[in-house]
Design a protein around this ligand. Structure first.
Ligand code: ZN
Length: 334
């Protein structure tokens, strides 16, 4: 089995490194797991999706994830011998160097899961583990809305809020691979408790699908989902409109801080809440960020929707696996 370079050793310029072959991408979300076979040009050859069923525990969850991966390979028509690696994206905190899920808040009970070792055993291939939002940022940057940019922010807004940051064409990871938690920038230091990290007033505590539904319940809409709130706001319901406006305000506040901090060329928004709303979300956010961000940064930053949509997680995990293998081959050849 190929020894993989450590994350620190990976060369990740904006140039697309030639892939060693097809890669199986796996993505573990709080609500859904996904698997797909990704070609060297970033195209998805097969895609399979299932509910995560977090309550069944990590043992069963990991088995179901690997089954889904096998199904994706079978449906792709690509021979196993042409699959060069497996890339896995999952919510942090995790240890990419050891390949262990530590304690993701959106996967309660999935603590200290040695995911890479389990996957290497199951597939007999090199495996990498990466933070799901960091992987998604890589996917959008290499093959999606961010292609051609050198400074890009990606935010995924779904069960929780994750983020990734590309600077000078390179993914930002932090010292141990858990940096770039952009969903936990503070938009109100005395605000709502964040389910993801326990602090008060994180962006996630206002704009995640979970939070939109919770705030709607508190406002008197009863037990509803984020999608119900969006539909009711579209229909002009005053309570839903209030909840929705607070959502776009909080997102604009968080994105404005990120734009001021990083001066990106592009902010890509993805995840279930964004795909279900499009311009209903993007329009007000774009307008407010442009008005409130520092002038040069605010004028530069384009705010767009994810181009890879629901495929972003598997494409990103596969891209990171391919790049790491390509760079470790370069290192061992040299
Ligand atoms: Zn938080």
């Amino acid at each position: 089995m190929t020894a993989l370079a450590s994350p620190d050793a990976v060369v990740q310029g904006s140039e697309i490194i030639s892939w060693p072959g097809y890669v199986l991408g796996l993505d573990i979300g709080g609500t859904k797991i996904a698997a797909g076979v990704v070609a060297p040009d970033g195209r998805v050859r097969s895609f399979a999706l299932e509910p995560t069923k977090v309550e069944e525990g990590s043992e069963r969850g990991v088995e179901r994830l690997f089954q889904l991966g096998r199904r994706a390979v079978a449906e792709s028509g690509i021979e196993w011998t042409r699959i060069a690696a497996v890339g896995i994206g999952a919510g942090g905190p995790l240890d990419p160097a050891r390949g262990v899920l530590i304690a993701p808040p959106h996967l309660p009970g999935w603590c200290d899961v040695p995911l890479v070792a389990r996957a290497e055993e199951a597939f007999g291939l090199p495996v990498i583990l990466e933070n799901d939002a960091t992987a998604a940022a890589a996917g959008e940057h290499r093959y999606g809305a961010g292609a051609g940019t050198s400074h890009m922010i990606y935010l995924t807004i779904s069960t929780g809020v994750g983020g990734g940051f590309v600077s000078d064409g390179r993914l930002y990871r932090g010292a141990n691979g858990n940096g770039g938690e952009l969903g936990h920038v503070t938009v109100d230091c005395a605000g709502r408790v964040c389910r993801g990290c326990g602090r008060k007033g994180c962006l996630e505590a206002y704009v995640s699908g979970t939070s939109i539904a919770e705030r709607a319940g508190e406002a008197g809409m009863g037990v509803v989902t984020a999608a119900d709130v969006v539909a009711a706001a579209q229909a002009g319901d005053p309570l839903a409109t209030e909840v929705w406006d607070a959502t776009t305000d909080a997102l604009a506040c968080g994105v404005t801080s990120l734009v001021n901090l990083f001066e990106p060329q592009l902010v890509v928004l993805g995840g279930g809440v964004v795909s279900g709303t499009g311009e209903q979300l993007l329009g007000p956010v774009r307008e407010r960020v442009r008005a409130e961000a520092m002038r040069t940064a605010g004028e530069m930053a384009q705010i767009v929707q994810s181009a890879l949509g629901r495929h972003v997680g598997v494409v990103g995990a596969a891209a990171i696996a391919a790049e790491r293998i390509a760079s470790s081959n370069v290192l061992s050849d040299g």
